[in-house]
Design a protein around this ligand. Structure first.
Ligand code: XIL
Length: 374
């Protein structure tokens, strides 16, 4: 079935959404006013993760999306547990609403994600584990790939397959690996290709940025995995690097990252920075210092990434600190998010706009890196 962008469908979809997060706009911005228009032309696309209740409930977010983005990705609603928590009764309204909005504003949509253990519904885990039945996965893919064939051009087919600490040969011992063996990734890519012949198919993973033994091992594991997939003839078009930057993890190792991007590109895959944001290390510093540090780290990372021609897109995991999953990661920022009025200074300030949509230095850093690379 094709997705139509009619207003009525959007409204129907909206009716099904949970209540929009409507919070009064609060303080915490170091700057305010509209962001500078994005620089054009761009070599890579720029996108962000969103939820439909945010798009349709917050005009400031909506305006920022229209101003800045040429691509959107559903933050939550394409995940298997959001699509088919009830076996055999898939629910597409939330995704359809995002797609309709993207179409209306000529944006592309990244599909995130087909297989991720963390968002696999309980019934599916059980069926996979007990019956080792690939049909469960085929049915899930068949719900999504044909339906969105004309609207989603790029998919994270497998999310977070790497685990060098508890994994088996660098691969996470997830439900798919336990049921089908390490070959599940090849199989997933082939199943996806059969249903979406034109889509760019990717694997996506995290902790591939810093100079420590874990990230170093994970980079090696990612390179090994891509090499094995390519050797097996798997239809892998690209690699997603989540890039959840973390100021507590020290400086970015420029040479190692350059080499990593170069080696990936050398294997013939595209690279997309899929979930960029910055976790702060010290929220006690003056606001301007905090925002400058965040921007500096992202600019450094993006300049390194965009120096590699295989990098085809940059996606941030949200546009505003008001809607950042990072606030959920610590009790204090989670509490700050719930406080009224919202104090933007009490939040982790790791996204381009502050809570009231004043653009921060990170916004300039991202747009500047993209303009410089264009
Ligand atoms: C996160 C969302 O942002 C949260 O809202 C949700 O509760 C959990 O998932 N890596 C990923 C993303 O690949 O899908 C995750 O998104 C963040 C980490």
């Amino acid at each position: 079935m094709r997705v139509s962008a009619s207003r009525r469908q959007v409204l129907t979809a909206l009716a099904a959404l949970p209540l929009a997060m409507s919070v009064p706009f609060g303080s915490g911005s170091t700057q305010s006013g509209p962001a500078a228009p994005p620089a054009a032309p761009r070599r890579a696309y720029f996108g962000t993760a969103v939820r439909p209740d945010q798009i349709f409930g917050d005009p400031k977010l909506r305006d920022a999306l229209i101003r800045d983005c040429t691509c959107l990705t559903p933050e939550v609603h394409l995940k298997w547990s959001a699509i088919e928590w009830d076996r055999g009764r898939p629910w597409f309204a939330n995704v359809d609403a995002i797609i309709a909005f993207a179409r209306e504003h000529r944006m592309e949509v990244r599909g995130h994600t087909l297989l991720w253990e963390q968002t696999t519904p309980g019934w599916a885990r059980e069926a996979i584990e007990t019956d080792q039945d690939w049909g469960v996965i085929d049915a899930h893919f068949a719900n999504l790939l044909p339906r969105y064939r004309d609207s989603i051009g790029e998919w994270d087919v497998v999310n977070e397959p790497i685990d060098t600490e508890q994994g088996d040969d660098g691969l996470r011992r997830n439900v798919f690996q336990r049921a089908f063996g390490p070959n599940y990734i090849v199989r997933a890519l082939e199943s996806a290709r059969a249903l979406a012949p034109e889509a760019r198919l990717m694997i996506n993973d995290y902790s591939l940025e810093y100079d420590n033994p874990v990230d170093e091992a994970r980079r090696a594991a990612m390179l090994g995995l891509v090499e094995r997939l390519k050797r097996a003839g798997a239809p892998l078009d690209g690699v997603g690097l989540q890039a959840h930057l973390d100021l507590g993890k020290g400086r970015l190792p420029a040479r190692r990252l350059e080499a990593f991007f170069g080696e990936l590109a050398g294997m013939g895959v595209d690279i997309v920075i899929t979930e960029l944001d910055v976790r702060e290390a010290d929220r006690g510093l003056p606001l301007a210092t905090r925002d400058a540090r965040v921007a500096e780290a992202a600019r450094e990372y993006l300049d390194l990434a965009l120096a590699q021609p295989a990098v085809t897109g940059i996606v941030t995991w949200g546009l505003s600190d008001r809607y950042s999953w990072l606030q959920e990661q610590a009790p204090r920022t989670k509490a700050a998010l719930a406080a009224r009025p919202l104090d933007g200074a009490a939040l982790n300030r790791g996204l381009p706009y502050c809570a009231d949509f004043g653009p921060k230095p990170l916004h300039a850093a991202v747009m500047g890196a993209m303009a410089a690379a264009a």
